[in-house]
Design a protein around this ligand. Structure first.
Ligand SMILES: [Cu+2]
Length: 321
């Protein structure tokens, strides 16, 4: 397993070096350019677009079982929202009324709990296979919220099998400064890889002990470097699924400001703790040309296995570490 992972990591580094052609020396210029994406997580619409659209927002999510490619020659028999890991990012604006229809197209009961709602916990489900659970509530608190399956006593196993994602509630009154925006969800897999690289599902014993096989960002072990420009302000909408607290840190930069939700920002922080089930908005500046990896500083042991997401300027090989 180690050998395969190392070989793939080297290949990725070489591939990134080979495809970096253009140079950019406009260090310190104002932030411009669109939102950022990774293999599994598309670009978001952002605050201005989301807050300008009607205040009643409806999302439809299908719960489906699906075998996913994680990268590094690894596949995982996951339980998912919409066949994605993490699930789709739900964007709302403070004061919106959000309706979520959860269509259970899987083989066992599932539900949905979003930390962005304040409602009777029994309304989160679960709902049996073949049925739809509908949740509706106003969003009162801005922040980056985890959503996940709610399945009674077996909820932990369901979350760890892939049923989780990020729900952003943008502040309505405070306009966020222009930034290159990205969603990062930290999660983990709790199964054992067989000889073919397949993880047949979540192992309940590993799950109970929080003994992950590996942690990862945005459901991939092989995220490519995200391209940014020197001087860019980057805003990360971060959710930590767990296990444990994520020590969110950018190698080579310091967060200009960070918040765990609401409107209280802290300024000038090297590492920002985000507990399991928590979220944060994290802003950092790209100080110069180079590579700036986002990591969980508490889980650097997983760095060779994908727990790193590099921001790299054009013309620089985007090695993860
Ligand atoms: Cu479930």
């Amino acid at each position: 397993m180690m050998k395969i992972f190392s070989a793939v990591a080297v290949f990725v580094a070489i591939a990134l070096a080979a495809c970096s052609g253009r140079t950019n020396s406009q260090s310190g210029r104002a932030t411009a350019g669109g939102p950022l994406s990774t293999k599994n997580v598309p670009a978001i619409a952002g605050q201005q677009t989301t807050c300008a659209t009607p205040k009643n927002k409806t999302f439809n999510l299908d719960v489906v079982e699906k075998t996913l490619e994680l990268g590094m020659a690894t596949t995982f028999a996951a339980w998912t929202y919409d066949g994605r890991l993490p699930g789709p990012t739900l964007e709302a604006c403070e004061g919106d009324t959000v309706t979520i229809n959860v269509h259970n197209r899987a083989q066992t009961s599932h539900g949905l709990d979003t930390h962005g709602f304040m409602i009777d916990a029994r309304r989160y489900g679960p709902t049996p296979p073949g049925t739809t659970l509908t949740l509706s509530a106003p969003t009162a608190t801005p922040g980056v919220f985890m959503y996940h399956c709610a399945a009674g006593p077996v909820t932990d196993l369901h979350i760890k099998s892939g049923l989780h994602g990020a729900m952003i509630v943008y502040p309505r009154g405070e306009r966020l400064p222009a930034a290159r925006e990205i969603v990062i969800v930290e999660d983990a897999v709790f199964g054992t890889r067989d000889a073919s690289g397949h993880i047949p599902g979540t192992d309940p014993a590993r799950s109970q002990k929080n003994d992950q096989a590996f942690s990862m960002f945005n459901g991939r072990l092989d995220n490519e470097a995200v391209r940014i420009n020197p001087g860019d302000l980057v805003r990360i909408y971060f959710v930590n699924v767990g296990p444990g607290t994520s020590a969110a840190h950018v190698i080579g930069s310091v967060f200009e400001r960070a918040t765990s939700g609401g409107k209280d920002w802290v300024h000038g922080v090297q590492t920002f703790g985000v507990p399991a089930g928590g979220g944060a908005m994290l802003e950092f500046r790209v100080p110069q040309a180079g590579v700036f990896p986002f990591v969980d500083h508490d889980k650097l042991a997983f760095l060779p296995y994908g727990l790193s997401l590099s921001f790299a300027t054009e013309g620089v090989a985007g090695s993860a570490h």
